[in-house]
Design a protein around this ligand. Structure first.
Ligand SMILES: [Zn+2]
Length: 285
């Protein structure tokens, strides 16, 4: 007689664990998910005109703040520059249907900085898909900020994105989507100016002073992190708190443009810092 085997509790636990692992893996890869999200965002952005308001008082406020800045520019000034646009964008979306998307942010930034006319420069060894993703990401940034980015060797990658600056005027980026591209461009931008490196360190130290250091790699839920990578708590996602503040600006622009982990509500200070930096470096001062 053939005995049919029933699912025991033990089997169920194993199957659930395998499914969970598959989900985590898919999350880590994230390529389709991100591309789908972009398609969705592009659809929403067609309605961007609906959000437009007539009052542009924040634009004058921002210009005045920028104009009054002296050479002593620190984190608090950056936050000050980013505050009016932060409130403007928050006010453009319905609280019950909070929809932040890159085109909306770029549309507002374009009122105080110059957009368009700046192309990324690619090394001949670059992959076509990676170039396309990076160009899309760069279209969300002010022209003057894009011009800071050195010649890129753009490569495709499965999994974690990667940035490596090999010479003063050339950098390598490995990417698999627009969101990751924006993150890696963040590194390219910050390494083009010591001032921004000082800003991110200052922001990080102020935020994390006294916070305990922990390992990023915490077993099952840490696919892709190296054992020597550590972070301090105090940000919406632990990777952003990576030791030394090295991910504050890059995660910052990535999270702000895609409202990752609801950063617009959960961390207004980082959001204003990122917006302020883009306005500051995107302006003619
Ligand atoms: Zn990074």
């Amino acid at each position: 007689m053939i005995k049919t085997r029933r699912f025991t509790l033990h089997d169920t636990i194993i199957i659930t664990a395998l499914l969970l692992l598959a989900v985590i893996r898919a999350e880590a890869m994230g390529i389709d998910r991100i591309d789908n999200r972009i398609a969705e965002l592009l659809e929403i952005s067609k309605n961007v005109a609906l959000y437009r308001t007539s009052g542009e008082q924040w634009v004058n406020e921002t210009r005045k703040t920028i104009h009054n800045l002296t050479s002593e520019i620190g984190v608090s000034e950056m936050i000050k520059v980013g505050t009016p646009i932060y409130h403007q964008i928050m006010g453009l979306t319905e609280p019950g249907d909070f929809n932040i998307f890159p085109e909306l942010i770029a549309g507002e930034l374009a009122k105080v900085t110059e957009y368009g006319g700046a192309e990324l420069d690619f090394d001949d060894k670059s992959d076509r898909y990676a170039k396309r993703m990076l160009q899309k990401a760069a279209s969300y940034l002010p022209a003057k900020v894009v011009r800071r980015i050195p010649t890129l060797v753009a490569l495709n990658v499965i999994g974690r994105g990667w940035f490596y600056k090999n010479t003063p005027d050339k950098a390598v980026i490995k990417t698999n989507g627009v969101r990751i591209s924006l993150h890696e461009l963040g590194h390219a931008i910050e390494y083009s100016d010591d001032h921004l490196l000082i800003m991110r360190k200052e922001f990080y130290d102020n935020r994390t002073r006294g916070n305990e250091i922990r390992k990023l790699n915490r077993g099952l839920f840490s696919i892709g992190y190296r054992p020597n990578e550590s972070y301090r708590s105090g940000f919406v996602y632990r990777y952003m708190g990576k030791e030394g503040g090295v991910e504050v600006f890059s995660c910052g622009i990535e999270y702000v443009f895609f409202n990752y982990r609801d950063i617009w509500h959960r961390d207004p200070e980082v959001t204003k810092f990122v917006l302020g930096s883009l306005i500051f470096y995107g302006s003619d001062i």
